[in-house]
Design a protein around this ligand. Structure first.
Ligand SMILES: *Cc1c(COP(=O)(O)O)cnc(C)c1O
Length: 359
């Protein structure tokens, strides 16, 4: 197999060291004679995997003691509904910031549960900029404020945490969790599907502050109830055991890289290289406001869309995979999550320059 660089937006590339360790341990986890897939989730072996997973995430994100960690199924998409169902309490409204495709989906999913106030929207800029904080229309009667720190499709990312006063701030960090340091204490709830920066699809992390528990709507099935899941350590039913194990391996890899702070530095350097290459070129452009550009997902368009096919074919042939942009925005998109090495971005930049020279 030749060397490839996978720029897929998700599921996306995993660190090679993680895949190798999973391969080594596939048939026999640490001398037990069992694959992790075959273990009882109540057995001592798996309990130790689960404990390390919880401890490592707490350590890496410096999660305070008054937050619960849940590892659930159903993706970030299921949380779009479970969040209002769990934390509205007796409030009837929630504020949402609309910065692109994913926040729009979160808004649509919340509407059956409450009066959704869209406090700010990037629609006027075609979702190429984050609406100015000063213009946000936050309703003090709302149960929470929801936003999407990184819009995976549009490539816009918040560079700071918005201040929403005393209201709980809820964040969909699916595509930038563990990519930069965040102060968890500023949030009421953080959630993320694993398949971008944390592991394979099939497990979703929810980090929820204690005071938001115990407010679930009547009739909500226990399995979707944060408080009940927290009490049972996300084992109200059989959890996605192998996925927990793989996320655990990714967290150990993050630690070995020097933690989130070290990855943040590399991510900054990677993004800088790619954006600078786009800026300097006369073939490629990125439509996003400079201050709001994502470090994780870099969309770019070719000056002549007639060249798109040739670009993608040449990229594929040289091992640069999954660069096609999302169908809703067109063009190209390079997703450069934690697992993408700096050398992968450097190679892509070289390829792009060479393509420009020859076309
Ligand atoms: C990918 C993604 C989702 C959807 O995640 P699923 O796990 O497929 O439900 C939601 N929000 C953001 C920001 C994403 O990038």
């Amino acid at each position: 197999m030749s060397k490839v660089y996978n720029f897929s937006a998700g599921p996306s590339m995993l660190p090679e060291a993680v895949l190798q360790q999973a391969q080594t341990e596939m048939l026999d986890w640490q001398g037990t004679g069992m694959s992790v897939m075959e273990m009882s989730h109540r057995g001592a072996e798996f309990m130790s995997i689960a404990k390390t997973l919880h401890d490592d995430l707490r350590e890496l994100m410096a999660i305070p003691d008054n937050y619960q960690l849940l590892f659930l199924q159903g993706g970030a998409t299921a949380q779009f509904s479970f969040i209002p169902a769990n934390i509205l309490g007796d409030k009837q409204k929630a504020c949402y910031i609309n910065t692109g495709a994913w926040s729009a989906k979160a808004i649509k999913s919340a509407q059956p549960y409450c009066d959704v106030i869209v406090s700010a929207s990037g629609e006027a800029s075609n979702f190429t900029a984050i609406p100015e904080y000063a213009d946000w229309n936050i309703d003090e009667q709302a149960a929470y404020v929801h936003y999407t720190p990184n819009e995976t499709i549009h490539g816009v990312e918040f560079q700071t945490i918005p201040d929403v006063g005393d209201l709980p701030l809820v964040a969909d960090m699916s595509s930038n969790i563990l990519s930069r340091q965040v102060d968890v204490s500023k949030f009421g709830l953080i959630y993320a599907g694993a398949q971008k920066n944390m592991g394979p699809a099939g497990v979703t992390v929810v980090i929820v502050r204690d005071d938001l528990l115990g407010k679930a709507q009547q009739g909500l099935p226990d399995i979707f109830n944060y408080e009940k899941q927290a009490k049972q350590e996300s084992m109200l039913n059989t959890p996605a055991t192998y996925n927990w194990y793989l996320v655990g391996l990714v967290l150990q890899w993050v630690k070995a890289q020097g933690g989130v702070a070290a990855l943040e530095k590399t991510n900054q350097a990677k993004a800088k290289k790619l954006y600078e290459a786009i800026e300097q070129s006369s073939l490629y452009t990125n439509p996003v406001a400079v201050a709001d550009r994502s470090r994780m997902n870099v969309p770019f368009i070719l000056a002549d869309s007639g060249l798109d096919k040739a670009f993608l074919a040449a990229a594929q042939e040289q091992g640069f995979l999954s660069l096609k942009g999302h169908r809703s925005v067109g063009g190209m998109r390079a997703s450069i999550y934690n697992a993408m090495p700096e050398s992968g971005v450097e190679a892509l930049v070289q390829f792009m320059a060479e393509f420009e020279r020859t076309h």
